[in-house]
Design a binder for this molecule. Structure first.
Ligand SMILES: Cc1cc2nc3c(=O)[nH]c(=O)nc-3n(C[C@H](O)[C@H](O)[C@H](O)COP(=O)(O)OP(=O)(O)OC[C@H]3O[C@@H](n4cnc5c(N)ncnc54)[C@H](O)[C@@H]3O)c2cc1C
Length: 398
């Protein structure tokens, strides 16, 4: 049997962040992943923002930060383009290469002291106790062999619908209405207007979601769509229709296809228990509007790792001690996930006419010095109904 203070299950961005920070806090850490190659296959459009990297204390590395992004373009159902570029948005970001990024994050965890075990599948989890207190025994299949890992704290970072959390009686199932079905091609031969702006295409054609073109340098881009999992047709049909209808993609050819579910229903019922923490997609640490979960998940991982290390030092692995994780996560994110969930409901209530009118109204405005009141005045010009909806939303968010 292998013994450790902290066992992290899943070497995605959240699990690597948890491992790194638990190790930096002085805990003995093992990070396992069932895959033989961390980061592959990717299930991601690969967009991240600068202030997220700053929260995490990570410097962008040209090995994985492959395209600088200076803003975005919102494209209305009638294809009117609203540019939110560097002249109006202070926020910048990157399109990353997840296959390299995820591996680099795991390497950072290893450099901090974590032991990494790839091709190691956690199969079952059992509670136990000895003179030093409670622990878990996790049965794993490691390169064809069954091994046992004993850990005082287990951090589940095993992706959407965490099986590990479920095995401990925590409801990690995502309601079908809250699971977006994502599909994407990485394409070459894409004719983007600007390679440093992401494109977000809105409208009923995306059935409860949106389509995107995220440039990756040269003539390469991730072109994808996320639709409601309740859709009648498979997501790939929606994506192919979008590509056929969008002239900048008329010569684009796919070199890779990525599929995955994106849980946008908000945090699961409980993200901590005795000897146990959950982070990343497994915990629902995903932006309910964009489906982005790299930064929010890593922030969860970082916080979980820090709290786990403190608990190990204090030899207190109780639910009461580990609650600090949930409190700190809420503080770090300023309760953003529940607020964004409400905003998502509002966006879902907008039809194509509403979206067209909103985009038309904002095109050409100089919004650099606009405050919320000015924005509401624009909505009021479109319709009092929309102004009322957005006023309610702003009250909740700000
Ligand atoms: C189509 C699509 C596009 C997206 N685009 C973006 C985007 O542009 N920006 C963004 O921020 N987010 C995006 N996301 C979301 C983002 O990909 C996820 O939020 C992110 O990967 C979550 O990281 P994680 O570490 O929680 O989980 P994951 O990256 O899913 O990692 C979980 C790991 O756990 C391992 N694992 C699972 N079970 C076990 C087990 N029993 N034993 C051992 N290992 C196990 C898996 O092999 C995996 O490596 C997108 C998602 C989809 C589906």
């Amino acid at each position: 049997m292998i013994e450790t203070d902290v066992l992290v299950i899943g070497a995605g961005p959240a699990g690597s962040a948890a491992s790194k920070h638990a190790a930096l806090g002085g805990a003995e850490v093992i990070l396992i992943d069932k895959k033989s190659e961390i980061g592959t296959p990717k299930r991601c459009a690969e967009g991240i923002y600068d202030h997220g990297l700053k929260w995490l204390g990570i410097e962008a590395d040209p090995q994985w930060a492959v395209q600088r992004i200076n803003g975005g373009t919102i494209i209305a159902p009638d294809r009117t383009r609203l540019s939110l570029d560097e002249t109006v948005l202070p926020e910048k970001g990157y399109i990353i290469e997840r296959k390299v990024f995820d591996k680099y994050m795991a390497m950072d965890a290893a450099r901090a002291g974590a032991k990494i075990m790839v091709k190691t599948l956690a199969k079952s989890i059992m509670r136990g106790a000895d003179d030093e207190g409670s622990f878990f025994i996790v049965d794993c299949e490691h390169i064809g062999e069954i091994i046992e890992i004993k850990a005082r704290i287990v951090i589940a970072a095993d992706g959407p619908e965490s099986r590990i959390a479920k095995a401990l009686g925590i409801n990690s199932t995502t309601n079908l209405n809250d699971m977006m079905s994502g599909v994407q091609y990485e394409m070459v031969g894409v004719d983007c207007e600007r390679m440093d702006l992401i494109e977000l295409h809105l409208g009923a054609f995306a059935n409860g979601g949106y389509a995107w073109v995220f440039p990756k340098g040269d003539d390469i881009a991730n072109v994808g769509i996320a639709i409601s999992s309740r859709s009648k047709k498979p997501a790939i049909d929606y994506l192919n229709e979008f590509i056929d209808s969008y002239p900048p993609l008329s010569n684009a050819k796919a070199v890779e296809i990525n599929v995955g579910g994106d849980p946008i229903g908000g945090l699961i019922e409980r993200i901590y228990d005795d000897n146990f923490l959950v982070c990343g997609d497994a915990a629902g640490q995903v932006d309910p509007i964009t489906g982005g979960g790299i930064i929010l998940g890593m922030l969860g991982g970082m916080t979980a790792g820090q709290v786990a290390a403190k608990s190990i030092k204090e030899k207190d692995y109780s639910k009461k001690r580990l609650e600090e994780y949930a409190v700190l996560y809420d503080k770090h994110t300023q309760g953003a996930i529940p607020k964004l969930k409400i905003a998502r409901e509002l966006f879902l209530s907008l039809n194509d006419d509403d979206l067209n009118q909103i985009v038309h109204a904002f095109v050409g405005l100089d919004y650099r010095n606009m405050d919320l009141k000015d924005v509401l005045k624009v909505f009021l010009k479109i319709s009092p109904r929309l102004a009322l909806k957005f006023r309610k939303l702003f009250k909740i968010i700000f």
